[in-house]
Ligand binder design. Structure first.
Ligand code: IPM
Ligand code: MG
Length: 365
């Protein structure tokens, strides 16, 4: 029996195309003896809705809960714009995050040197950029109750979302950020809106309290709006940024674009360590979406998906060297001048999704 199990959820749009490359990668790694992965595949998002009328079936939820790691593609597309809110494609992803308890979302924004010119910021601002956004993923306004639209009966409606955090939720995400910062630049910026939000006041209080256990960490408070501005003004001032679910959603998109392409960036979503085994539930996904505009053409960029797989090797399976090898293979292929359409530059060779996947796999030897 294989020792490590993966559950692949390609999802919609380009999700299926980039996941096909992951399957080639797994076959290569297993074939070379480097890994012993067994995997199953399921449906999530619009395709699950088409098949089962829900964004993820109970059977697939069970498989996701049982696997050592979930590898996720992307969900959504205009085809499902009008499906009921509770079963919209994104609901599948949100349910996975919630039911697997994946409270810690790691979103690195790394600028590959071959792509520094592709950033919308000046090359000197982004060259060598290496930021890690640590986003709280199972709380805040995404899940807070009440969450509803009420008809006031006078021709008006009232919509409520609830931003709510308890101390333990803030404490555990702060500690993830501090632990990771200890392995990097030892600097953490905690972003909130404590100038207008009570949840921000508590956020800051709990982060500072947890920070006392990490005397080596250089901890800074930053208002979330200022964080957005500083990210595009001088991004290299940041090492690790920890923030709530909604601010993390927004700030990580901004950070991602600094690096030249959303198609490049991976993410890991981790749960708490199991008290008995020490293992964390985990889901790995590219930061980009399902890109319906280019779906089905075989031209999507598989790099963020591969980089997400590298994060799985590192965080779920302790295969740190193999993760590094895969990341080096990605940057080598970029240095060789291979580009998918989204990152195409003059003088480079434009390749398809599958050619890019093959080239990266070939570098692994
Ligand atoms: C993300 C996405 C999701 C989010 C959507 C698809 C629900 O934007 O992972 O950043 O808002 O969290
Ligand atoms: Mg987002």
């Amino acid at each position: 029996m294989a020792s490590n199990t993966l559950f692949l959820l390609p999802g919609d749009g380009i999700g299926t195309e980039i996941m096909a490359e992951v399957e080639k990668l797994i076959a290569h790694l297993n074939g070379s003896g480097a890994t012993d992965f067994a995997y199953d595949k399921g449906l999530v998002g619009g395709c699950a809705y088409d098949a089962h009328g829900v964004a993820i079936s109970e059977e697939d939820m069970g498989k996701a809960l049982a696997a050592d790691a979930v590898i996720f593609g992307a969900v959504g597309g205009p085809k499902w714009d009008d499906v009921p809110y509770d079963v919209r494609p994104e609901a599948g992803l949100l349910r996975l995050r919630k039911d697997l308890g994946l409270f810690a979302n790691l979103r690195p924004a790394i600028c590959y040197s071959a792509l520094a010119d592709a950033s919308s910021l000046k090359k000197e601002l982004v060259e060598g950029l290496d930021i890690l956004i640590v986003r709280e993923l199972t709380g805040g306004v995404y899940f807070g109750e009440p969450k509803e639209i009420t008809d006031l009966g006078n021709g008006q409606k009232r919509a409520v979302d609830t931003q709510v955090y308890e101390s333990y939720e803030i404490d555990r995400i702060a500690r993830v950020a501090f632990d990771l910062a200890m392995t990097r630049g030892k600097k953490v910026h905690s972003a909130d809106k404590k100038n207008v939000m009570k949840s921000g006041v508590l956020w800051d209080e709990v982060v500072k309290q947890a920070g006392r256990d990490y005397p080596e960490i250089d901890l800074h408070h930053i208002l979330a709006d200022n964080a957005a501005m500083q990210l595009v003004r001088n991004p290299k001032q940041f090492d690790v940024m920890v923030t709530d679910n909604l601010f993390g959603d927004i700030l990580s998109d901004a950070a991602a674009m600094l690096t030249g392409s959303l198609g490049m960036l991976p993410s890991a979503s981790l749960g708490a360590p199991d008290p008995a085994t020490g293992k964390r539930k985990a889901l790995y996904e590219p930061v980009h979406g399902s890109a319906p505009d280019i779906a089905g053409q075989g031209i999507a960029n598989p790099i963020a998906m591969f980089a997400s797989f590298a994060m799985a090797l590192r965080y779920s399976f302790g295969m740190v060297d193999l993760a590094g090898k895969l990341e080096t293979a990605i940057s080598d292929v970029l240095e060789d001048g291979l580009r998918t359409g989204d990152i195409m530059q003059t003088g480079c060779r434009k390749v398809t999704t599958s050619e890019m996947g093959d080239a990266i796999i070939a570098k692994l030897g």
